[in-house]
Design a protein around this ligand. Structure first.
Ligand SMILES: [Zn+2]
Length: 408
């Protein structure tokens, strides 16, 4: 299985020059390919990124000799991105989406600086990263934390710093989970509530920093666009955004690692994040909390530790369902923090939601349905026999049946 370690780089000015050049080459190859694609298409031909790359390679030595100053991976990146951009475009056309997103030319100013190196064309040695066609190795702020074959390295710039995302093929560890199962209710007020009562508060990092953000934005709008001061403020703003994002990501990583290490079966709601983001009042909180990111991290981390992530249908009424009588409370609003059922069942709203998600996940598992089979099949080794997992889920499902509260 593959894991990525993102490491900050400390390049010298000459090395920065190389990195910029490689990104520029990737962008140039993309734009050249896009222009040629459009020309060929207009001429009634059927262009492909692969054929265009071959065509480019036959002329590059004569027409664009400077692309040879950097690794060939830079040109490859451009055509790979072109291929991906058209694939996305064709898929959206097929789906009948309103926004088709025809590939656009990448501008020097606006497009993200990035390129990808093949694992065979880099070398990592302690704090040093050697790239093809770059004579001296680049210093890395950290040592690579994974042991294994390097598949690829994506180098990019964010907020004035350079980073290398190193993709490594690794053997998952042998891990024993202390707990059988859990359900997670992700929310706006509290970031996540677990079925065993554990709470992760939403730090609302963005909100507390909103004032500084507004000030910087005002500062930027006062400056003359394109001027030296404008650029200075723009960079300051980018660095600030990056710092907030880093902190939030750190918090999410801590949380998801703990969950993935502790519980073998993890039930989460398959939230339609895109749909929820359209609700404007909720949008800031949700973007702040990073719902999609939580799910993404849990998916690969539970796989890493040999656990199973079960995504419960997002139309499952997790927080509105009474586990005692099966009644669905349709008038429960976001304001109601306590779940009170006519049958006498009372519970914390979020914990009730999390417990319902856990039960539903176990039910789906013991019935052998739902998407979790995919993630299970994706793992070739280190997986217990399928039947054993299902037996475990059935047992847990029985244990997790609600009991009547002592006082009704
Ligand atoms: Zn009830």
């Amino acid at each position: 299985m593959q894991r990525v370690h993102n490491i900050r780089l400390n390049p010298t000015p000459q090395q920065t020059e190389y990195l910029r050049k490689a990104c520029g080459t990737a962008r140039f190859a993309f734009n050249w390919g896009l222009a040629e694609w459009q020309r060929q298409y207009a001429a009634g031909e059927k262009p492909s990124a692969y054929a265009l790359k071959k065509q480019f390679n036959t002329i590059k030595r004569e027409q664009f000799p400077w692309v040879l100053d950097v690794s060939k991976c830079a040109v490859d990146t451009g055509f790979r991105n072109l291929d991906a951009a058209f694939k996305r475009f064709f898929r959206r056309c097929k789906n009948g989406d309103t926004k088709k997103g025809y590939p656009k030319f990448k501008s020097k100013k606006r497009s993200k600086l990035s390129f990808r190196m093949d694992g065979t064309r880099v070398r990592v040695d302690g704090h040093w990263l050697t790239l093809e066609r770059l004579d001296k190795p680049i210093n890395m702020a950290e040592v690579l934390r994974f042991d294994g074959e390097i598949r690829s390295v994506t180098i990019s710039e964010h907020g004035g710093h350079w980073y290398a995302a190193i993709n490594v093929e690794v053997e998952p560890p042998k891990h024993k989970h202390p707990q059988g199962s859990v359900g997670i209710d992700v929310g706006v007020k509290t970031l996540a509530v677990l079925s065993d009562g554990m709470r992760y508060e939403n730090q609302v990092l963005l909100r507390s920093k909103l004032r500084k953000l507004k000030r910087l934005n005002r500062e930027l709008s006062r400056r003359q666009k394109g001027s030296g001061r404008w650029n200075h403020t723009r960079k300051k703003l980018a660095r600030f955004h990056r710092r907030i994002a880093d902190k939030r990501l750190d918090y999410l990583h801590n949380m998801t690692t703990r969950i993935a290490r502790t519980y073998r079966i993890i039930g989460v709601e398959d939230l339609n994040v895109a749909g929820m983001l359209r609700n404007r009042r909720l949008a800031l909180s949700i973007a702040d909390a990073g719902f999609g990111e939580i799910q993404r991290q849990l998916r690969y981390k539970s796989e890493w530790y040999g656990g199973i992530l079960v995504e419960v249908d997002r139309f499952f009424p997790s927080s509105r369902l009474c586990p005692m009588c099966g009644e669905i409370k349709s008038d429960l609003t976001l304001r109601d923090r306590t779940f009170v059922c006519a049958c006498g069942y009372v519970a914390d709203r979020d914990v009730n939601g999390a417990q319902n998600i856990e039960r539903e996940a176990l039910r789906l598992m013991s019935r052998g349905r739902s998407g979790f089979t995919d993630s299970l099949n994706g793992r070739e080794q280190n997986v217990r026999p399928f039947g054993a997992v299902l037996d475990e889920a059935s047992k847990l499902a029985e244990e997790r049946q609600p009991s009547r509260p002592a006082v009704v």
